[in-house]
Design a protein around this ligand. Structure first.
Ligand SMILES: NC(=O)c1ccc[n+]([C@@H]2O[C@H](COP(=O)([O-])OP(=O)(O)OC[C@H]3O[C@@H](n4cnc5c(N)ncnc54)[C@H](O)[C@@H]3O)[C@@H](O)[C@H]2O)c1
Length: 368
């Protein structure tokens, strides 16, 4: 095992509380510095991790110890922070979506190429046993040729629980840009890249009311569609039907199903690492649970960063910027189709990310 990789985190809000314990736990990662526009928030975030330096963004970018910038800022800041890190010669791993627009994401990938640094992006939940066991079932032929999938995310909106939910209702937010990356990255992992989309979208109200924290009761504006539906046509010919909504109370629909000529799979919530995968084959009664057969076990947010950094030379990282760019392009195309009413051809593509063998997240095999 080589020297640990030094991580500098930019953005110490809600999701940082899930990343920092993972970085602390994995021997190949060492948290050296954190930065935020709000330095008090950064100080608070690293209170459990003595020895981690709190600094401004320019200081973190200039710190020669930092090998990789973990970009946990709000979507509108993803591109700006990533470009600063690249200009400083550092690898970058971003929270999702990669950027607010595909054009910004393309600029990021070009800048990374020019700087000779790598770009990775969430979600890493698809590396867990849920999506990976389903993928292995498909690859092993258990459902025959895949023909279709459904993906459903229905909630009344994140403003009920997030203390600063503004970004969910600004460009780069909404149910599609916020939750779509989990579902579409999982669909790309299971069924391969998407070549065209047709969509429809709408919004129920112009304002939302914050439901928790010090700003409880405050109204925030809604600048994005809050109910987005569509069909994704994969290069393989399979078709995925998507419903992403902040406008519904609840649902009993499965998060995801994949249907093949010989069988159907229930795929667990791609916003989680694990969960039961169930199979029903033509001619069999009912559903049977498949044991976890692939993916990182006991994973948590941050394993994708470790996986990204341990990618062997010459291989595409599983959580690569290329995959995230394609996923963003699919989402943007869906919104564009919803606006025009016409099908949209998706010009970007990516390879299906490499499968993950069953094993501990951050185990020696995966991170040495
Ligand atoms: N909250 C969640 O449950 C969750 C889950 C998965 C992914 N994410 C993703 O994580 C990212 C952050 O979400 P969050 O919920 O932690 O948001 P948040 O608003 O709680 O935190 C974001 C932090 O980034 C800081 N920030 C913003 N712009 C900055 C800049 N230019 N320079 C330095 N710091 C800056 C803010 O001050 C804030 O502390 C988003 O991309 C979101 O999609 C969030």
């Amino acid at each position: 095992m080589g020297e640990p990789v030094n991580v500098g985190v930019v953005g110490c809000g809600a999701i940082s509380a899930q990343y920092l314990p993972t970085i602390d736990r994995l021997p190949r990662l060492r948290l050296v510095a954190v930065a935020d526009l709000d330095l008090d928030r950064a100080r608070e975030a690293v209170r459990p991790y003595p020895g981690v330096d709190v600094m401004t963004v320019p200081e973190l970018m200039a710190d020669p110890r930092v090998d990789v910038v973990l970009n946990l800022t709000v979507p509108a800041a993803h591109a700006e922070i990533a470009l600063q890190a690249m200009a400083a010669g550092k690898d970058v791993y971003c929270e999702k979506p990669l950027a607010v627009t595909a054009a910004d994401a393309e600029r990021m990938l070009r800048a990374a190429g020019a700087a000779g640094v790598r770009v990775g992006c969430a979600p890493d939940t698809v590396l867990g046993t849920g999506t990976q066991t389903a993928r292995k079932a498909i690859d092993d032929g258990l459902i025959g040729r895949p023909v279709a999938a459904t993906a459903t995310m229905m909630t009344p909106g994140h403003e009920r629980w997030h203390p600063n939910p503004d970004f969910y209702y600004l460009p780069g937010g909404g149910p599609l840009m916020d939750m779509g990356p989990y579902y579409i990255t999982s669909l790309v992992t299971l069924l391969g890249p998407v070549t065209s989309v047709v969509g429809a979208a709408g919004r129920t109200r112009a304002k939302r009311t914050i439901g928790s924290g010090p700003r409880r009761g405050e109204e925030i504006p809604v600048a994005v569609d809050t109910h987005v539906t569509g069909v994704l046509v994969h290069a393989s010919g399979a078709m995925s039907t998507l419903v992403m909504s902040f406008d519904g109370a609840a649902t009993t629909a499965p998060n995801m199903e994949v249907h093949g000529e010989e069988g159907s799979l229930v795929v667990p919530d791609p916003n989680h690492f694990d969960g039961p995968v169930r199979l029903s084959r033509v001619g069999e009664d009912g559903w049977r649970a498949l044991p976890a057969s692939a993916g990182y076990v006991e994973a948590a947010r941050g394993v994708g960063l470790a996986d990204f950094l341990s990618t062997p030379d010459g291989e595409e990282p599983r959580t690569s910027g290329t995959v995230a760019f394609h996923v963003l392009d699919v989402m943007e195309s869906l919104l564009s189709s919803a606006g025009s009413g016409a099908a949209v051809t998706v010009t970007s593509t990516c390879a299906r990310p490499r499968p993950v063998a069953l094993g501990p997240a951050g185990g020696a095999d995966h991170l040495s």
